[in-house]
Design a binder for this molecule. Structure first.
Ligand code: BTN
Length: 263
């Protein structure tokens, strides 16, 4: 059963965008919407199905981290993506497309401009507003799907106090309560549209991502104990870093952005 505030906002967006599949399953509390969505994807659920929850008891982030998910303080949902890609070479661009889509949705809902940090954190003034986790299922088979999980801070209660200096929330940015339904609906439209862009024209996703990520160029970073300066992303979505021994491609591992991240 979808809560009233969400169903009203979804209905309003459905009127304007009947082409977007807004098939949302909502739970009060689940361990992780990733697991719920993966189970549905495994059972054949269609592109665009969304599983969300008011609260997660075992929310997870990238690199095995915990994603705190207290009740009502954030949006927590996972979308099943089965894009008709021209080739699986575009698969790594899916998380970039998701970042662009979430950013678009936030702007459409609230007029707030955010930035992207490689690979797919959504930031305002260097503080993390939302995180995206992509998990592939049966990759390389006809049943292939990617579950895209989004955790978006509505209130500061969404994140633990020890990351407060590096995190932000929509209510914190705007200084007023916000309608989570409108944010959810617009973010889903943003994701839908950017996945469609990825199917049609992967180069447009690269272009949109680059425009949304000023720090992907000319910013000092550290990774795996090494340092360098960002030099954009390549056609496969890898981060390029200029070091004393040349330009390197970073495809995995954590990159820290000393000049960018807050303490
Ligand atoms: C990150 O580490 O930045 C990614 C965080 C992704 C969190 C979301 S919340 C909804 C979905 N369910 C999860 O367990 N994780 C993702």
């Amino acid at each position: 059963m979808i809560p009233d505030d969400l169903s009203a906002a979804l209905a309003a967006v459905r009127e304007q965008r009947p082409d977007v599949r807004l098939d949302v399953r909502w739970h009060h509390s689940v361990p992780s919407t990733m697991d719920e969505a993966s189970a549905l994807a495994g059972a054949g659920a269609a592109h665009g199905l969304v599983v969300g929850a008011d609260q997660q008891t075992a929310g997870r982030g990238r690199r095995g981290r915990v994603w705190e998910s207290p009740i009502g303080a954030g949006l927590y949902f996972s979308l099943i993506a089965r894009p008709a890609l021209q080739s699986n070479a575009a698969l790594p661009l899916l998380t970039l497309a998701a970042g662009v889509g979430v950013r678009d949705g936030i702007r459409a809902a609230l007029g707030l401009t955010s930035h992207l940090k490689w690979p797919n954190d959504v930031l305002i003034d260097g503080r993390k507003l939302a995180g995206i986790l992509a998990e592939g299922l049966a990759v390389g088979t006809p049943a292939q799907a990617v579950v895209i999980g989004v955790g978006l801070n509505l209130q500061s209660a969404a994140y633990p106090p020890d990351v407060a200096a590096r995190a932000t929330s929509l209510e914190g940015e705007l200084g007023r309560p916000i309608d989570r339904g409108t944010v959810l609906a617009e973010v889903l439209v943003g994701l839908w549209d950017r996945l469609a862009t990825l199917e049609r024209s992967p180069g447009d996703i690269l272009q949109a991502w680059r425009a949304a990520s000023p720090n992907a160029t000319g910013t000092r970073v550290e990774w795996d104990g090494r340092t360098g300066t960002t030099a954009g992303i390549d056609e496969s979505g890898a981060l390029l870093v200029r070091t004393t021994s040349g330009v390197e491609r970073v495809i995995a591992g954590e990159v820290s952005w000393p000049a960018f991240a807050r303490p």
